[in-house]
Design a protein around this ligand. Structure first.
Ligand code: PLP
Length: 361
């Protein structure tokens, strides 16, 4: 983070400092990125480099388009069904947390939506075995949320869609670029940038080109993948500064050695934290089944739940903030996105041990 506070930051310090140094005058062109015309050669070079670096990072095959859009991942909850099916088509959703649930509610407006499995009754702590899943053979796609941010449930492998199109769609908002992904397994991947790759305001959509061009007739132009694809994400004014910042993050992730290296770092950080929770003799507890625990979002509760408020307050005194769990689930949640350094997790773990020691006196 840019400050002494340990926040679940989006942007590595190095990236923030680079952006700061270029703020007034981008690479000697005399303009800030905030002042550029999105049709000028300077911005064109920025968006092209951002796309090319993202393609390298995720090894995105040629037959996929990369779109830089607006409206957050929430807009994609509607854009996906609007682009991939007619109102009479049916689609399957596997719901492992509240973002998947929100995606279902939006999809229901635009097509026939089946929830083939929901973890709600078990408070979203699991992902089912794929073999037993009853998929609808007529479904136009199967939708998953690759990492449920609030509940800390992450797919480690992906189900094979057993529908007539074989299309798998994934919301990767909270684990995008945190590890390598085989893009060719998906029809559409979408992600709001603000967890791992940039400021809020840009949403990245990776879509197989043959799926573009079938939007429902009432689809707003801003949600039509075809329009954005034909215009290289420049149909209207894009979120230029956010795209620029994402580009800096992509460059940085490549410098780190790519997503395999990033994944190793994330695994080390997560292991440290989960081991501390599991080794606390029940003082801390993570409700998520071990095999599907998220590398990005670590929810935990205190056995003595009356101490949770104090935990958050004391942590804030040590500059560790945003540790309160989502209002819908309570408890604690440590988000340890790419930009959270190992030292940040080490500090949290030490704090947790210390807090436990004092509470058990
Ligand atoms: N999907 C997931 C997994 C998220 O974590 C979020 C936001 O936190 C969203 C969707 C909604 O994203 P946005 O706020 O960009 O619309």
């Amino acid at each position: 983070s840019s400050t002494s506070l340990l926040v679940p930051a989006t942007l590595p310090e190095k990236v923030l400092l680079k952006a700061q140094s270029e703020l007034y005058n981008w690479r000697g062109c005399g303009m800030s990125v905030t002042e550029m015309s999105h049709r000028g050669k300077e911005f064109k070079s920025i968006i092209e480099k951002a796309e090319s670096d993202l393609r390298t990072l995720l090894n995105i095959p040629e037959e996929y388009s990369v779109l830089f859009l607006q409206g957050g991942a929430t807009t994609q909850f509607a854009a996906v069904p609007l682009n991939l099916c007619t109102p009479d088509d049916s689609v399957d959703y596997l719901v492992t947390g509240s973002w998947g649930d929100k995606a279902v509610k939006e999809s229901q407006k635009y097509c026939k939506t089946n929830v083939i499995w929901s973890g709600k009754a078990e408070k979203y702590t699991k992902i089912p075995a794929f073999e037993g899943l009853e998929q609808n053979p007529d479904a136009k796609y199967l939708h998953i949320c690759a990492n449920e941010t609030i509940h800390g449930v992450e797919f480690k492998d992906y189900p094979t869609p057993k529908n007539k199109t074989g299309i798998l769609v994934a919301d990767m908002s909270s684990n995008f670029c945190s590890k390598p992904v085989d893009v060719s397994k998906f029809g559409v991947i979408y992600a709001g940038a603000q967890k791992n790759v940039g400021p809020s305001g840009v949403t990245i959509v990776i879509v197989r080109k043959d799926l573009i061009g079938n939007a429902q007739t009432t689809t707003p132009i801003m949600l039509d993948y075809k329009i954005h694809n034909e215009n290289n994400s420049l149909y209207n004014t894009p979120p230029c500064y956010c795209i620029y910042m994402c580009g800096l993050v992509f460059e940085y992730l490549l410098e780190l050695g790519g997503l395999k290296e990033v994944e190793k770092m994330n695994e080390n950080k997560a292991k440290l934290l989960y081991d501390a929770i599991d080794g606390s003799n029940g003082f801390y507890r993570c409700p998520v089944e071990k095999s599907v625990r998220s590398l990005m979002n670590v929810p935990f509760t205190l056995e003595k739940s009356e101490l949770e408020g104090e935990f958050v307050k004391e942590a804030a005194k040590e500059n560790m903030v945003q540790l309160k769990g989502h209002r819908s689930v309570g408890g604690m949640r440590a988000s340890i996105y790419n930009a959270m350094p190992l030292a940040g997790v080490e500090k949290l773990v030490l704090f947790m041990k210390d807090f436990q020691g004092k509470a058990c006196l």
